[in-house]
Design a protein around this ligand. Structure first.
Ligand code: SF4
Ligand code: SF4
Length: 386
């Protein structure tokens, strides 16, 4: 039975129905993860092979595996003398670690870190996990170099075999591997997890949001991997110069601007942002953005109807070391002459959008129509005159 647990309240697709995130679906090597009719990821536990690829790519850490918690792994590996990461030694698959984990580990470890890809070519789940591993390492090494860290993550065909692997365990069997990890005491919430697994059948498992989940969605929070990266960056020396890199070269953070011609200050982007990277002031007359709190989940872009939120084509690495909150937009608020509520006046309007709609509906109901000079006449009189 698979040991994968999905937390629907952490999935970006829960914060907005417009989210187009399918990262977990794309990485699943056995094709069991899919987007169900309720717009959330679903999978069949008996088909899942517990590789952890979805843990590695999910921007918001919506998945967990029994026996492998990337945060626990980070702290145990960072404080150990071990420099080798291998699917036969300490991870279900190297792809279970994100590039943020790799960067943070490389920065913290004294010795150069080595990733063992010696089993990848014979792994039945090579596609698309191997490609993802190489992508994450490439990104991590590029950023480590741009930060002048002097650290390089090496990828080698070590093909380590764990000495105490029982002969009857298939080396390609992720579940058996995880079982061994759990026996070693890596699992901290084993009983809790087993209760959850006991209720899982071999049918496709869909997930629904309950009231507790909805309350959790409203609480903005950063994933553990971002906190880990902050910890590692704080300990790293600052580079001699802060380089600028291309936007597409960083998968986990972004810099943005707002097209003021089209933005209507509808408030959606900062209301749905799961981390609080986008925020506003109490009057909702400003939009702020904190680059290092952004997980590049794209929920704000997918939700912005006029497509006003844009990615900056470049990313300033200064943000890694000196994070800032930037003001992206300021709006003029006026008091509605009808209802007295403050609203964003984009083109000098004196009536809020809601009162405008109500006014139009009332005029229509009474058979009236407003002329260009502001006078109101019966539609029939107007037609008679014509
Ligand atoms: S946010 Fe995570 S769980 Fe949700 S669709 Fe994206 S990758 Fe999958
Ligand atoms: S600002 Fe970043 S974290 Fe917030 S919704 Fe947009 S992409 Fe996601």
């Amino acid at each position: 039975m698979s040991t994968l647990i999905f937390n629907p309240s952490a999935c970006v697709r829960s914060v907005t129905k417009f989210s187009e995130c399918t990262k977990c679906v794309e990485i699943c090597p056995v094709g069991t993860l899919h987007i169900a009719d309720n717009n959330l990821p679903a999978f069949t536990p008996s088909a899942c092979v517990d590789c952890g690829g979805c843990l590695g790519v999910c921007p918001s850490e919506a998945f967990k595996l029994k026996g492998f918690d990337p945060t626990e792994f980070f702290f145990s590996f960072a404080t150990s003398d071990e420099a080798l990461i291998s699917c036969r030694l300490n991870v279900p698959c190297i792809a279970a670690l994100s590039s943020e984990h790799l960067i943070a580990l490389a920065l913290i470890k004294e010795d150069p870190m080595v990733l063992d890809i010696g089993h990848c070519q014979s792994c039945p789940y090579k596609e698309p996990l191997y490609v993802q591993i190489l992508k994450s390492v490439e990104e991590a090494n590029y950023l480590l170099e741009a930060c002048e860290s002097g650290k390089v993550i090496r990828v080698e065909e070590v093909a380590v075999e764990e000495e105490d692997v029982a002969e009857d365990i298939d080396p390609n069997d992720r579940r058996a591997f995880l079982e061994r990890l759990s026996l070693k005491g890596v699992v901290q919430s084993k009983r809790e997890f087993e209760d959850a697994v006991a209720s899982v059948s071999d049918e496709t498992k869909t997930h629904h949001l309950d009231l507790v989940d909805v309350a959790k969605i409203r609480q903005k929070s950063l994933p553990d991997k971002r906190k880990i990266l902050f910890t590692a960056l704080k300990r790293a020396p600052k580079p001699s110069i802060f380089h600028t890199i291309a936007e597409e070269d960083i998968s986990f953070a972004s810099q943005k601007y707002i097209d003021m011609e089209s933005c209507t200050n509808c408030q959606m982007c900062y209301r749905i942002c799961p981390t609080g990277a986008l925020s506003s002031n109490p009057k909702n007359s400003k939009i702020y953005f904190d680059t290092m709190m952004c997980i590049k989940c794209r929920a704000c872009h997918d939700t912005c109807e006029p497509d006003s939120l844009k990615l900056q084509p470049t990313f300033e690495l200064k943000e890694f070391f000196e994070p800032t909150q930037r003001l992206l937009a300021t709006f003029k608020l006026v008091r509605c002459r009808e209802c007295g509520v403050h609203f964003t006046s984009l083109h000098g309007e004196q009536t809020c959008p809601r009162c405008m709609v109500e006014e139009e509906e009332a005029l229509d109901l009474w058979g009236l129509e407003e002329q260009e000079d502001g006078t109101v006449v019966f539609k029939t009189l107007q037609e008679d005159k014509g």
